[in-house]
Design a protein. Structure first.
Length: 208
């Protein structure tokens, strides 16, 4: 029972967080923390941080997360872990579709406080980079949870997600609330898919 409750909370809390952010964005409200964080980040720009932000921004999408998603599913199929491969593919594809749908539904314009080093033209909410990196990280953690690689995967995944997430407001192409919403939506989606696909056994795996 405790494990089922933990699994329920793991889905409910990030979903609630996303819902709260999405409701305010849908009503056109501003978040008090968005602009101060953006201004603080811009005030601390350095050439080295610029390059790091560009690197993690690229790794968080077309040059890192997307190729890794494809390779992971292919590797799981090659190792005959068909159920794990289906879980990963469902998590990746579903996350991308949810992100596209949410962006067009909310239609939030991107920040325009300064000229970005990596300008974007699509909508802002929620962050696709934050959502994609969190989706990949969550999938890896859940797949590794039953192995001795559990905590190394958790540590590396957390650092990667934070680095990608921080790079987007640093570059001025996302509000911090976009990043938080992307993280929340990804966590709720991946854990929910995991629970549905692995049934009652997922609570035992997740609660170990």
């Amino acid at each position: 029972m405790r494990r089922i409750a933990l699994l329920f909370i793991a889905v409910l809390l990030p979903l609630w967080g996303f819902g709260e952010l999405a409701e305010d964005v849908g009503e056109g409200r501003n978040f008090g923390f968005d602009l101060p964080i953006l201004e603080w980040l811009h005030a601390h720009h350095t050439p080295m941080l610029d390059q790091l932000a560009l690197l993690f921004s690229r790794l968080g999408y077309q040059y890192g997360v997307i190729p890794f998603d494809i390779v992971l599913v292919a590797w799981l199929l090659y190792r005959h872990h068909k159920r794990d491969a289906l879980f990963a593919a469902t998590a990746f594809i579903g996350s991308a579709l949810i992100n596209i749908a949410a962006k067009h539904y909310y239609g939030r314009a991107r920040p325009s406080l300064w000229e970005s080093l990596a300008p974007e033209t699509t909508f802002s909410f929620p962050s696709g980079h934050a959502m994609g990196s969190m989706t990949l990280a969550s999938v890896l953690v859940l797949l590794a949870w039953r192995t001795r690689w559990r905590w190394p995967v958790v540590a590396v995944s957390a650092l990667f997600v934070l680095a990608v997430g921080a790079s987007r407001p640093y570059l001025g192409v996302h509000y911090p609330s976009d990043v938080l919403a992307g993280w929340g939506a990804a966590l709720a989606w991946v854990i929910g898919v995991y629970a549905l696909m692995f049934g009652a056994g997922s609570a035992q795996r997740f609660g170990r």
